[in-house]
Design a protein. Structure first.
Length: 429
């Protein structure tokens, strides 16, 4: 004990310096774990939160830059720690306290491993969100300090990767056509269960369906201009799941607020929780839309036509519902009722918003979108008639006759009856 006190001036400055370095190492290690362990929903919360939360979200928008900075500072801190530890131990050895120097080395390494790595990372996993928010500003400063150096480090890293791990683009193991053919020829109960087969078929459908086929049409959406308060939504809450915010100058949707968790919404200024949206052309495939939504941590895609006008929206939940629910229907989501209703034992009544793909699945017939790109029953009627449908009009589709029994102005609220018994091949007389 006397030796420890006598050598206090030799080891105390080094120990204090190492303690500071251990805290710094723990900060960077814990911050890295907390930020990269955040779920998609938590990352979305960061984007629409306070300034500290948005700072953390901005760091995550460029993960390579963030990770490079964190690893760089951690490396510098660890090198400094071992340098200080070595100098302190050498002083003790020079003064004839070799055993104390050995004890200091063991304790310092153990403290760096436990207090600088293991414990911070364990806490960061459990408390990732608050730690990510608290670490946002300090990390942002440390990253900005390295901004002039990061591009150079990036070029060096890319050069090493190209030499050691060349990025060769592998050919796909299966083409979409191969997978579709395998599904059609497989036997139920042998290789694929019926449910699995249906899910795989819907996965393939995502590579064929366009955003226009699944979108919620613009005329079914209510747009809001900030500020928006919870009291403004009282009469609309039962019918909407997103609050679509428009630009003040035009009717372009610029952001959206999810209304899934009403209990967490503030009473005023709901626009402060707004999430960004992405814009996709009407002809985008749903598989590509879903991939972009997930890559950009968005939940809403605004669909625009060839003139740049907004014609509808597609949400991530709509796409996933189409993928996982065998009875998914856009018309059901819009109407909040069944789009195809039985009328008697051999007749059905179909709403005009019903897609031809969904109707074909209900009638158990094959359907592929043709060159005319007809998607809905209303669109089919307008194409065949050359005008808006009227009550009493009849049209042939596949082997069925569609009889218009209800028609509103401008082709809205169209309903047709289909006789399931009296049908014949399209060209039969």
């Amino acid at each position: 004990m006397t030796a420890v006190i006598d050598t206090l001036p030799q080891w105390l400055p080094g120990v204090l310096t190492m303690a500071v370095l251990v805290v710094a190492s723990g900060f960077f290690s814990g911050s890295e774990t907390a930020l990269f362990y955040l779920s998609r929903d938590e990352q979305r919360r960061l984007q629409s939160g306070s300034s500290a939360e948005r700072t953390a979200a901005e760091l995550l928008s460029n993960p390579d830059r963030l990770l490079t900075a964190v690893l760089f500072w951690n490396l510098v801190i660890n090198l400094a720690f071992f340098a200080v530890s070595l100098v302190t131990a050498k002083r003790l050895v020079s003064s004839g306290h070799a055993s104390l120097a050995g004890l200091l080395s063991v304790v310092s390494v153990s403290s760096l491993v436990l207090l600088g790595e293991v414990i911070p990372k364990s806490l960061a996993v459990s408390l990732r969100y608050p730690i990510a928010v608290l670490a946002g500003w300090p990390l942002s400063i440390s990253v900005r300090i390295l901004d002039p150096v990061i591009p150079v480090l990036g070029h060096i890293s890319n050069a090493i990767q190209r030499v050691l791990w060349p990025r060769l683009t592998p050919e796909p193991y299966l083409q979409t056509e191969d997978l579709e053919r395998a599904i059609e020829t497989s036997e139920l109960g042998v290789e694929l269960a019926a449910l699995e087969q249906e899910v795989l078929q819907r996965v393939i459908d995502l590579s064929e369906m366009t955003a226009e086929e699944l979108m919620r049409p613009r005329n079914t959406l209510k747009l809001w201009e900030p500020p928006v308060h919870l009291t403004d939504l009282q009469t609309h809450l039962a019918a909407i799941d997103f609050l679509f915010l428009s630009d003040v100058d035009d009717e372009t949707i610029v952001s959206a607020v999810s209304l899934d968790e009403l209990s967490k919404l503030p009473e005023k200024n709901l626009e402060t929780l707004a999430e960004k949206v992405i814009f996709v052309p009407w002809c985008s495939l749903l598989a590509d839309v879903l991939a972009e939504l997930r890559a950009k941590l968005c939940r809403v895609a605004v669909v625009v036509n060839e003139y740049g006008d907004t014609i509808g929206v597609v949400t991530e939940s709509d796409i996933l519902d189409t993928l996982l629910d065998p009875e998914a229907s856009r018309a059901r989501r819009l109407l909040r009722s069944e789009p195809i209703q039985p009328i008697g034992s051999n007749r059905i009544r179909v709403h005009g918003l019903t897609t031809l793909r969904y109707l074909a699945r209900h009638l158990d017939i094959d359907f592929d979108v043709g060159d005319d790109n007809l998607l809905t029953v209303s669109g089919l009627l307008q194409e065949l008639l050359g005008r808006f449908p009227q009550i009493g009009d009849e049209c042939r589709w596949e082997q069925f006759t569609l009889k218009v029994v209800d028609a509103g102005i401008l082709g809205r609220e169209v309903r047709v009856d289909i006789d399931l018994v009296d049908h014949r091949p399209p060209h039969a007389d």
